[in-house]
Design a protein around this ligand. Structure first.
Ligand SMILES: [Zn+2]
Length: 432
């Protein structure tokens, strides 16, 4: 059995580790950019019925931001476009609304990632790390006990993203149960399995459920408890920095590719800026010229740009992080089987927006190399599409969902230890 995990080490991971030793880069408070962002924040909070941000927006200074400020310049050094990209400031307004955008202030380009978006990035990274640890332990058991597998190749962090619906264990069904009921539904069924395999099966169900809860929370923009830190084949801090890097480069791509020439952000200064940048990046930009100028092409084009900036071996880990991030945002409507036709059809609609699952397919279709072009790549893309088909938000109140999230995390925490018996030592359920 071959277990694929491009986030488990390698050149990009080493670059990240080395960057943590760099001198901290003191943030320069960009007053003009923060003032400008507040107008966006006010508009967004009104639309979404949230509390209006204070008159003076501060900047988020969490650890993730400090680590990004060390890693990002070191990464940007590795692209031929470093002189252009490196001079676009990245500002982190302390606004609760989840938002990332490219903009210009007084004719200079700027990108924003709000606190709400940073919260989402950390939630996804921590859940993926936790689920990957559960999957690792389960796969170890399956290999040790020679359990027949349906595949010889496993994309480790995608194992819990599946279209299989476990009867009675969807988020709406679980949210109607009390704590013992949730425990019995998620763990009680393993009584039917041999005791050796119970931990593995229980871990798979727990990781799948946590993934669903994360997808729901992201889609809803709701609050979630902090998944506990754990040793894992994926370092949550590293994954969060990669996802944030992808978000930032995606926004810079909108500037570079001139996407803001149409719509409300097209100041003459900005168009001039985008034109200059576009001339500089012709080699990267021409690949999707066939879709340029159409609203639906902007998102896949910006995704592609963000990852295509780098060559292997830096590219695949970034592609993996980008795919996981986009999958966390899948919408309930699936893209359907006619993926390419769908993309072309969308390109004819000026404001059409491709689904996130479609973006994962497009990104991997264009940029996957090596083993990722085979069964592994197929598993990743189908996982992203499967995630889109099973989101169920009906009848679940955000507070019920957050409470369920807490309950499932409490069940999953002891399962992170190598030795764990889901039903207790005697095999009886604690809920009986
Ligand atoms: Zn975008």
């Amino acid at each position: 059995m071959y277990v694929h995990n491009p986030l488990g080490g390698g050149a990009l991971f080493d670059l990240h580790t080395a960057s943590l030793d760099r001198e901290a880069i003191a943030p320069v408070r960009d007053e003009a950019a923060l003032r400008r962002y507040r107008t966006h924040a006010v508009r967004l909070t009104k639309v979404r019925g949230l509390r209006v941000p204070p008159a003076l927006l501060g900047e988020d200074d969490r650890d993730l931001v400090a680590r990004f400020r060390r890693f990002y310049p070191a990464l940007v050094e590795r692209t031929a476009l470093r002189h252009w990209i490196g001079r676009v400031p990245v500002v982190f307004p302390a606004a609760g609304v989840s938002d990332a955008r490219a903009d210009s202030v007084d004719g200079r380009p700027v990108t924003y990632v709000s606190s709400g978006k940073l919260d989402a990035i950390e939630l996804v990274a921590r859940t993926v790390a936790l689920c990957t640890r559960l999957n690792e332990l389960a796969v170890d058991d399956f290999i040790r006990l020679d359990e027949p597998s349906t595949t010889d190749e496993i994309a480790l962090s995608w194992l819990n993203v599946t279209g299989d619906v476990f009867p009675g264990a969807t988020v709406p069904e679980l949210s109607r149960l009390d704590g013992p009921g949730v425990r019995e539904t998620l763990l009680g069924w393993v009584r039917t399995a041999s005791p050796d395999l119970r931990p593995a099966y229980a871990r798979m169900v727990l990781s799948r459920c946590l993934t669903q809860l994360t997808l729901n929370t992201i889609r809803r923009g709701g609050e979630a408890p902090d998944p506990p830190a754990t040793t894992s084949p994926i370092d949550a801090g590293y994954l969060a920095v990669l996802m944030l890097t992808f978000v930032v480069l995606h926004e810079i791509a909108h500037l570079v590719l001139g996407h803001n020439e149409i719509g409300f952000r097209g100041s003459p200064d900005e168009i001039a800026q985008a034109e200059t940048l576009r001339t500089a990046v012709e080699p990267v930009a021409e690949e999707f010229a066939d879709l340029l100028g159409r609203g639906a092409s902007f998102e896949p084009a910006a995704d592609h740009f963000a990852v295509a900036l780098f060559d292997e071996p830096l590219r695949e880990p970034l592609l993996e992080a980008a795919s996981l991030w986009c999958t966390a945002h899948v919408r309930a409507h699936a893209a359907g089987r006619e993926q390419v036709a769908d993309l072309l059809r969308l390109s004819e609609l000026p404001d059409g927006h491709p689904s996130f699952a479609l973006r994962v397919r497009y990104l991997n279709g264009r940029l996957a190399t090596g083993v990722r072009t085979g069964e592994i790549g197929w598993a990743i893309v189908s996982a992203a599409e499967a995630a889109a088909t099973e989101l169920e938000l009906a009848d679940v109140r955000p507070d019920q969902e957050a409470e369920l999230f807490r309950t499932v995390l409490e069940l999953a925490t002891p399962a992170l230890a190598p030795r764990w018996t889901p039903l207790g030592e005697d095999g009886a359920s604690a809920a009986s």
